[in-house]
Design a binder for this molecule. Structure first.
Ligand code: 1VU
Length: 656
């Protein structure tokens, strides 16, 4: 057996800043963590043995300067080989790789590792026939069907860089991503299925191509019988639309192409405070190593286990833990098309756990809150045997202690809150079940993962050493393998957004504190990004859309606390002179505008018309004060307020 850092002898305790050393002496986790921080080169080079390399790296990291590093320099590998060929070669070709369960259509399907490999190699051949070469971008806009996994791994097979766009985004959001990633190919479907409606993707794709598809040469379309539209409908389009099934059948399977460790595996867009979304760039080698390790050492999942991440392939959780992580580990992954409630009831999660023998489930707190609202006494749970379930992992937004207790008490397995971001690709903090399960602290995401050196910084960038004192959560550079290496096509944005605020650190944009035991509590954002049902949204982008309305003079959007979604976006607008409107009509128009420009995912439903936005005399909108008033929190009116009447007007309309 290859020695991994976790099985290596522990080094003597050192004086690592900010971490109570008595804990370090006693805990197995702490030994591993300390070693990863004190000798990252040895720790990660040993961990690299978990992955099959075409050319093995001889060192773990090369640091060029403060903002540039690469993991496993000189190493070459192919991620699809590590996800597929490797397991088939090891005699596990008949083991289930993917279980597709659609609560929307009642479809249940399974793909073995050998079957998935065949489909991936063939679709990779189809992409290659369409002229896709290593380094070319492929945008994937697909619902939760196995083709999403096939398309992602097919890109990896030939070194193409995929960029998956969530199906709940509108044409203009897709267009922004097309313009930035400049893909040669778009891979899509006739559509997706949401409760009570079908979502036709092809008109959305056609509109996005008009707005931003100058680089696109080919669109692959997979047909879904329940959603109208096919490649044939676009036979006259200037861009070539190809039927997926025909293309896959006609293609020769593509051999895997080894790529350099630092070769971009994918771009995934995420909202920032302002401007267009940022294209987070993930490398290949660091990603494969970190995710392989995370499956066993964080989630406690090994080859042959059944793992379910109830997210969407359009989010980072879907990338890392529906697709890459479980397949790298040789586990069985479930791709679920449905919701936690309403498809058909609040027992949907428990049905899946029983039916497939799920060992660990990963979802967002909002999903748990939705189940709790529908079935507070967990009556549906009694209909199923969920004894296979060893842990429930939650991430994507803050897990409030009340939801934690309800789930922990009700389902009788450890509920593990953890914290990470699109940028990091795998957890920053977690209760490291795969090493040792530490006592949980409700409201805390537990402790930093091995490889993560987390600090709490004050506004000047100085370490906050007092336990329990809130500050900016930051990570020392270089970041661990698999975390972002840059922003696609925008080096300065990478530095400005993440590295400039606190030189030498990555600013997470989250605030929080570390308690006397080294447990991390993440409390909220330090910027204007909000989190609605685990979806990160930029209030700036929402405000831009609201001001597209001809009656709107100014707009402010804040994230107000919501019992189910964590936060909901609430808009406040002032009107141009002479543009008085019926508030209900205006609200409907603005809601429709946000749906058209951003998509249903914003779940934007609430708008208030004000005579004035509360501002300082220098013109800064007091978003924090607005939020505090709507959340019923104490608030301070700054002495520099332009017009106190604007605050009184808000107080009058705030929920009581
Ligand atoms: C750790 C790193 C990260 O944070 S990665 C991000 C992690 N976040 C997640 O995994 C997301 C978790 N949230 C969810 O899965 C969903 O919100 C759950 C809990 C399932 C609830 O779903 P739902 O009832 O649809 O509410 P919602 O707020 O998500 O949706 C609002 C409107 O958008 C729509 N929508 C949703 N998905 C799609 C889609 N793929 N295609 C088209 N439309 C979509 C919904 O239908 C809903 O529309 P409507 O307003 O009801 O008409």
């Amino acid at each position: 057996m290859t020695a991994t850092p976790e099985s290596a002898a522990a080094a003597p305790p050192g004086s690592t800043e900010n971490v109570p050393t008595d804990r370090l002496r006693n805990d197995r986790y702490a030994d591993v963590w300390r070693r990863s921080i004190e000798d990252p080169e040895a720790f990660w080079l040993e961990t690299a043995d978990l992955v099959e390399w075409t050319t093995k790296p001889t060192s773990a990291i090369e640091i060029t300067d403060g903002s540039h590093w690469r993991w496993f320099p000189g190493g070459e590998l192919n991620t699809s080989v590590n996800c597929l060929d490797r397991h088939v070669r090891a005699g596990r070709g008949d083991a289930p790789a993917v279980i597709y369960d659609s609560a929307m259509t009642g479809t249940k399907k399974q793909l073995t590792y050998a079957e998935l490999l065949d489909r991936v190699a063939r679709f990779a051949g189809a992409l290659r026939d369409a002229g896709v070469e290593a380094g070319d971008r492929v945008v994937i806009y697909l619902p939760m069907i196995p083709e999403a996994i096939v398309a992602m791994l097919a890109c990896a097979r030939i070194g193409a860089i995929h960029s998956v766009v969530f199906g709940g985004f509108a044409a203009s959001e897709l267009a922004v991503r097309l313009r930035d990633a400049t893909p040669k190919v778009v891979v899509t479907a006739s559509g997706g299925l949401e409760p009570g409606r079908t979502v036709e993707y092809l008109p959305i794709v056609a509109r996005a191509l008009e707005l931003g598809g100058a680089s696109v040469e080919t669109v692959f379309v997979t047909n879904r019988p329940l959603v109208p539209g096919s490649a044939a409908d676009y036979a006259d389009h200037e861009i070539r639309f190809i039927d997926w099934t025909d293309a896959e059948a006609a293609a020769e399977p593509a051999d895997p192409m080894p790529v350099a460790s630092e070769h971009p595996a994918y771009i995934l867009y995420t909202s920032g405070t302002t401007g267009n979304p940022k294209g987070i760039v993930r490398d290949t080698g660091g990603h494969a190593v970190a995710l392989t390790r995370s499956m066993s050492k964080i989630y406690g999942i090994e080859a042959g286990d059944v793992w379910w991440s109830a997210s969407d392939v359009g989010w980072v959780v879907g990338h890392s833990y529906i697709v890459y992580g479980p397949l790298l580990a040789g586990a069985t992954t479930i791709i679920y098309e449905g919701k936690p409630v309403g498809t058909p009831d609040a027992g949907a999660f428990w049905r899946i756990v029983e039916e497939y023998g799920v060992k660990a489930l990963f979802t967002a707190p909002t999903a748990v809150r939705a189940v709790r609202r529908e079935d507070p006494a967990l009556t549906h749970l009694g209909r199923y045997d969920i004894s296979s379930l060893e842990a429930l992992f939650l991430a994507g937004e803050r897990l409030d202690p009340e939801t934690y207790h309800w789930a922990n008490d009700g389902i009788h397995c450890p509920v593990i809150d953890h914290w990470w971001q699109t940028e990091t690709g795998w957890p920053i903090c977690v209760n490291p079940r795969g090493i040792e399960l530490l006592p949980a602290k409700p409201g805390s995401t537990s402790v930093p993962c091995p490889g993560v050196d987390l600090r709490v910084l004050d506004a000047s960038g100085a370490d906050v050493t007092d336990p329990g004192t809130e500050g900016n959560l930051a990570l020392t550079l270089p970041l661990p393998p698999g975390y972002l290496l840059g922003v696609w096509g925008d080096e300065s944005r990478f530095r400005d957004a993440y590295l400039k605020a606190f030189p030498g650190y990555y600013a997470t944009g989250d605030s929080g504190y570390v308690d006397e035991d080294g447990f991390v509590f993440v409390m909220g954002r330090t910027d204007d990004v909000i989190n609605v049902a685990g979806h990160r949204l930029s209030t700036g982008s929402l405000e831009e859309v609201l001001t597209l309305h001809d009656a709107v003079a100014e707009a402010a959007v804040v994230g107000v606390a919501d019992a189910i979604k964590g936060q909901r976006a609430v808009g406040f607008v002032t009107l141009k002179h002479g543009h008085e409107r019926d508030p209900a009509v205006l609200r409907d128009e603005l809601v429709a505008l946000v749906r058209e420009h951003i998509g249903p995912v914003a779940a934007f439903r609430e708008v208030h018309v004000l005579a004035k936005l509360p501002k300082t005399r220098s013109g800064k909108v007091l978003r924090k004060t607005i939020r505090q008033i709507f959340d019923g929190e104490d608030y301070l009116v700054p002495a520099t307020i332009e017009d106190p009447a604007a605050i009184h007007a808000l107080v009058a309309i705030a929920p009581r």
